[in-house]
Design a binder for this molecule. Structure first.
Ligand code: AHM
Ligand code: MG
Length: 297
């Protein structure tokens, strides 16, 4: 496929994401964070807003013939759309939705694949932040950096292209702290001792967007004793943001420890192969310097 054809297709997909973000934002404004009686494929109790956002995205993507299939964090299986389509889109319709009751920002995340849901097939990724305004970050193979669009009340306007410096100042880390490994504790403590500041809202989209906007830092969701494979899902959360951080000039790795030998292994997230659609992985996203630091024993 030529770059011009890819650019044309990605523009159509971005337009659908922009379109869907408007009714999702309206749904959020009318919602109080009420739960349904149902659980999703990972066992989380769904909010009414999770289900509504998922339905809006399904309907919006159905309109586009170039999309072969979609898969959502809220659905157990992938959903075929158009036989002649060439793109597969994996998405988290409403990430961090449990924060809604506290009136904190939430988001949507999208991985856009040419072919099947394998990280080397990613051609673009996007996220939507529903905050004071709707913001959309979009990265593709066709350009360096992450284009950040903001809705001005009428239309989306490109605000800036986000790029990471070699090193930043923010440190965002998740999971239950008493379940962190000694290795993770010591790395996080060293970062704070070196002057990093904690910034963690509990919403992956606003937390990672914050790092991108400030030009650097690190976000981690490590392996913990209660969740050795972490919490965040490869297809719906981790791969899209790994792609975005790499395009922004940073790095994204999985860190696994070998407790008997006291060694750690850092692997590029986009080289992991999921066995199931809902597989999770420990994950670290950041500027070059912070990722180098946490990747060393
Ligand atoms: P969700 O998709 O069920 O909302 O969960 C994902 C969220 C991420 O946004 C966030 O980084 C993480 O879960 C927070 O988890 P924790 O509260 O364990 O730190
Ligand atoms: Mg999520």
């Amino acid at each position: 496929m030529t770059n011009a054809n890819l650019a044309r297709d990605l523009e159509q997909i971005l337009i659908q994401i922009q379109k869907a973000s408007l009714p999702i934002y309206e749904t959020l404004k009318q919602s109080l964070g009420e739960y349904t009686q149902n659980t999703n494929a990972t066992g989380d109790t769904q909010l009414k807003a999770d289900v509504a956002a998922d339905e809006i995205l399904q309907t919006t993507f159905k309109d586009l013939k170039i999309i072969k299939q979609i898969c959502s964090e809220e659905q157990e299986h992938a959903i075929p759309l158009h036989k002649e389509g060439i793109y597969s889109i994996a998405y988290d319709p409403l990430d961090g939705s449990s924060l809604m009751g506290a009136n904190l920002s939430v988001g949507s995340i999208f991985g856009i694949y040419q072919g099947d849901f394998l990280p080397h097939n990613l051609v673009a990724s996007a996220y939507v932040v529903y905050g004071m305004v709707i913001g959309i970050g979009f990265a593709s193979l066709l350009q360096e950096g992450v284009d950040y669009f903001v809705h001005n009340g009428k239309e989306f306007q490109l605000q800036k292209t986000l790029k990471l410096s070699h090193k930043g100042k923010l440190n965002a880390t998740g999971g239950t702290q008493k379940n962190w490994s000694k290795f993770h504790k010591s790395k996080i403590e060293s970062l704070f001792n070196a002057g990093y500041r904690l910034r963690y809202s509990g919403g992956m989209v606003p937390d990672l967007h914050h790092i991108l906007v400030k030009g650097g830092g690190i976000f981690s969701y490590p392996s913990t004793s209660d969740a050795p494979q972490g919490k965040l899902r490869m297809l719906f959360e981790v791969f899209p943001f790994a792609f975005i951080f790499e395009r922004a000039g940073g790095n994204a790795v999985c860190i696994q420890e070998n407790p008997t030998q006291g060694e750690i292994e850092a692997k590029r997230l986009l080289e992991l192969i999921p066995k199931h659609l809902h597989d999770t992985t420990p994950c670290f996203f950041g500027s070059q310097e912070e990722i180098k630091f946490v990747s060393e024993s």
